[in-house]
Ligand binder design. Structure first.
Ligand code: PLP
Length: 423
């Protein structure tokens, strides 16, 4: 049984927090608005701050720590592989990268995988794929959606449908435009003779968990077939079994009767949970377009190192052996049901609760600011992630247990009750 220690009170600890904050203020680029927490260690779905206060981690490193913290099998894979071979360049073959690519292909469809280091970089690969695909007929444009998020590189922010990430970095990389999400007519209307691809997140994460309808996904596939466009999915946040299937489009479409099976996009970006906390990104491209990025057209020094691949293979192994996709589906459904019941009892505090598997957005009424809710939950020993003005997200480890989910629910419910009484 893990002990819950009292909140930081001692002057020594407060000084320690202050000292570390100052170390950051003096030395780290201030591009993040950080919360006032110094985290020191983790175990499963719990993390501890420097005072020894324990938090239930429902943020999962923003959908990264798929097996929780300090998973013994990940530690073993990291240790053993690092004693053998940490890095070799992509001038040579290494078996682990080939095995990891096969694992991804077996779970999607015949094609190829490319490995990189982050979600933004995985998307950059998709952008280059789309440019190369349309190049010979003068097509280069990629249509994305409002409220999307595709990373912080220059092309990533051009693709992203949120003004706040673009501001101050003009002129934007040309060739991107946005239309409303889940609106097939808007997408159809935006296609021009210059369009080469459509890119969406089947579940938008940063905008507060907005889920594509099956009709929208099916319609996009038809549209791309009719107009000879690539259909690209950004599964960086929603992928890797988080919604109960390997990729979220596979979950969204599992009940759809109209789908011409197999339903496939043309390429998919991944990152976050793929390495369970070890930095890693990837994209899969369908067999038909596997040679678009031919030798010499795309590369990255650290892509698919033996160490990253050994860890990612271990993450796959544990998820499959322990059937964590089913846990994400069931525990996610339980959390969603309970949170929706809280919403129904307190509609003046909680506006709506949305989710798919372990990807849940709790939208508060607009007077409640997401950042303030997240801070209040810190006081109550829970980590969550803000999204936009009034949404908090739960993106926990895929092995979150039922008692841990219940613990989180109790704290969130108490907060909602307290806010309702204050109103
Ligand atoms: N795409 C989506 C859907 C994301 O949620 C994110 C990060 O939040 C990214 C891309 C960018 O990934 P990274 O931060 O690893 O570059």
């Amino acid at each position: 049984m893990k002990e819950v220690l009292p909140a930081p009170t001692s002057a020594i600890v407060q000084n320690e927090t202050k000292r570390i904050r100052e170390l950051f203020e003096q030395n780290v680029v201030p591009s993040y608005a950080r919360f006032d927490l110094v985290l020191e260690r983790g175990d499963g779905s719990y993390v501890w701050d420097i005072d020894g206060k324990r938090y239930l981690d429902l943020a999962g490193g923003i959908a990264v720590c798929s097996l929780g913290h300090a998973h013994p099998e990940m530690i073993k894979a990291l240790t053993e592989q690092s004693q053998k071979l940490i890095h070799v360049s992509n001038l040579y073959y290494n078996e682990l990268q080939g095995r990891l690519a096969k694992r991804i292909i077996d779970l999607i469809a015949p094609g190829r995988a490319f490995f990189c280091n982050s979600g933004a970089e995985a998307n950059e690969g998709l952008f280059k794929l789309a440019r190369k695909f349309g190049h010979d007929d003068g097509r280069y444009e990629i249509i994305t959606t409002f409220e999307s998020f595709h990373g912080r590189t220059l092309a990533g922010i051009a693709a992203t449908g949120q003004e706040k990430v673009k501001k101050g970095f003009e002129p934007a990389v040309p060739g991107f435009k946005q239309v409303p999400f889940n609106d097939l007519d808007a997408m159809r209307g935006a296609i021009t003779s210059k369009t080469s691809a459509i890119l969406i997140e089947p579940v938008q994460g940063e905008s507060g968990i907005m889920i594509a309808s099956p009709e929208y996904l099916i319609g996009l596939r038809r549209l791309c077939d009719e107009r000879n466009l690539l259909l690209l999915f950004d599964e960086v946040q929603a992928g890797h079994f988080r919604t109960g299937k390997f990729q979220s489009w596979q979950r969204i479409l599992e009940q759809a009767i109209e789908v011409n099976r197999p339903y496939l996009p043309d390429a998919v970006s991944m990152a976050k949970s793929l390495g369970g906390g070890f930095p890693m990104g990837a994209f899969w491209v369908r067999e038909k377009f596997a040679n678009v990025l031919s030798a010499g057209t795309h590369a990255t020094t650290f892509g698919g190192t033996p160490l990253a691949c050994a860890v990612a293979l271990k993450v796959f192994e544990v998820i499959e052996r322990e059937n964590l996709a089913a846990n994400a589906r069931d525990t996610g459904a339980f959390l969603l049901r309970e949170l929706q019941s809280i919403q129904q009892r307190f509609p003046k505090v909680v506006k709506v609760v949305r989710g798919l598997g372990l990807m849940i957005g709790i939208e508060f009424q607009p007077q409640f600011k997401a950042v303030e809710i997240v801070k209040e939950l810190h006081k109550r020993s829970i980590l969550t992630v803000p999204a936009g003005n009034s949404v908090i997200r739960l993106l926990p480890a895929l092995n979150l247990s039922r008692p841990e989910a219940e613990e989180g629910l109790r704290v969130i419910e108490k907060l909602v009750v307290d806010l309702a009484h204050k109103e």
